[in-house]
Unconditional design. Structure first.
Length: 151
């Protein structure tokens, strides 16, 4: 009886020890960088972004509209006027706020400005009078593998 119990214990220990192996086929992909919060201020003259330069990776834009009209914000690569925006908000009421997340993984310059809200192409092409801000994205930020208490 005692020999059977010892034998069963050895078999159980071997089975449990064998469950943890197989690390060669596990792909440990690095986590993306921690998102950086940028504040965006819109008034009747211009859009401003702070900070104006950030490393490549995910960015959280926290937008406040201090203009006298509702405005929508869009993020475009610099020089791409008719391109599909990388991120956009809906209309933000005066004195209102909004948040939008965008992955700016490619270094370069990006335009942060108001979106045309007009219903015709001619009206959309008319300058709104609110100057867009320029956001510079540099080299990629380090991954978040060593960051504690992050999702």
């Amino acid at each position: 009886m005692r020999g059977t119990t010892v034998g069963m214990l050895i078999v159980a220990t071997t089975a449990v020890a064998g469950c943890g192996g197989g690390g060669a086929h596990y792909a440990n992909q690095p986590r993306p960088p921690i998102p950086v919060n940028l504040t965006v201020y819109i008034n009747d003259q211009r859009v401003s972004v702070s900070p104006a330069s950030v490393g490549a990776g995910p960015v959280e834009l926290i937008v406040t509209n201090q203009a006298s009209n509702s405005e929508s914000l869009s993020v475009l690569p610099a020089g791409a006027s008719a391109a599909q925006p990388l991120a956009a908000t809906g209309p933000i009421s005066p004195q209102g706020t909004a948040q939008v997340t965008v992955n700016l993984n490619s270094p370069g310059d990006y335009t942060v400005g108001i979106s045309p809200t007009a219903s015709t192409e001619a009206a959309a092409a008319t300058p709104a009078g609110i100057q867009a801000a320029l956001l510079h994205v540099g080299h990629p930020r380090p991954d978040a593998n060593s960051a504690l208490l992050q999702p």
